[in-house]
Ligand binder design. Structure first.
Ligand code: SF4
Length: 216
């Protein structure tokens, strides 16, 4: 095991004191808006998604709304978002499935969620935990990077292996909070290009931080 449970508990405690209020930063007011926002957030910042959904969610309130306009109109409404053509297609397919199989509601189980167009394991984890309060740890780019830098996961681990390792080391009732705190830690502190190692409270136990402090 890359880090002990004791060391992990210390990391969790530190993350909690740094980001006690970490939460999902994608604006939404129901599970349907959340799943649309998460699908849109692939390879796009939450900030940009929020800019777009501010208008989008006023115009499209139900799965039917997304199907009642021509594809080109939806594409146009999403054009500020990366991969918007693909995402527009997936959103329409997803809405069609919600209507035909789930009475227009977002389903709650992983299997059902992952059967929707554009929804992979990470999106399913976010929807399960944020919309329905089901413990889950979604591994996005921040969670993966931070876990590897801190030696929680191995550099060669796949996203799924990182998720399984975190599940093993973090108490289940803390999975969702930990997911948000790792994201905040990666987004605002241990950033991809300029991690704040000199002022990091985890420097003493961080292999990547120690390496960086030697070379800088
Ligand atoms: Fe990230 Fe640096 Fe802190 Fe390690 S010491 S967790 S690399 S900021």
């Amino acid at each position: 095991m890359p880090v002990s449970k004791k060391r992990m508990a210390y990391i969790l405690q530190t993350l909690q004191s740094m980001f006690p209020d970490a939460k999902c930063e994608l604006n939404h007011s129901n599970p349907f808006e959340l799943i649309i926002a998460v699908v849109l957030s692939a390879q796009c910042t939450d900030k940009k998604v929020n800019e777009v959904t501010k208008h989008l969610f006023q115009k499209y309130k139900t799965p039917e709304d997304y199907l009642n306009v021509p594809l080109e109109e939806l594409e146009n409404d999403l054009k500020q978002i990366g991969l918007f053509r693909n995402k527009a297609k997936n959103i329409r397919k997803l809405c069609e499935t919600l209507i035909t199989q789930y009475e227009g509601e977002v389903p709650k189980t992983r299997e059902e969620l992952e059967s929707l167009a554009g929804v992979g394991r990470k999106t399913a984890n976010v929807v399960m935990s944020v919309a329905f309060g089901i413990p889950a740890i979604a591994v996005d780019t921040h969670v993966e990077r931070v876990s590897k830098r801190l030696g929680i996961a191995r550099p060669s681990d796949s996203v799924l292996e990182v998720e399984k390792t975190l599940q093993r080391l973090v108490p289940k009732e803390e999975w969702t909070n930990t997911h948000h705190r790792l994201i905040f830690f990666g987004r605002y502190h241990c950033t991809a290009r300029n991690p704040k190692c000199p002022e990091c409270p985890l420097l003493d136990l961080c292999p990547e931080g120690k390496k960086r402090m030697k070379t800088h």
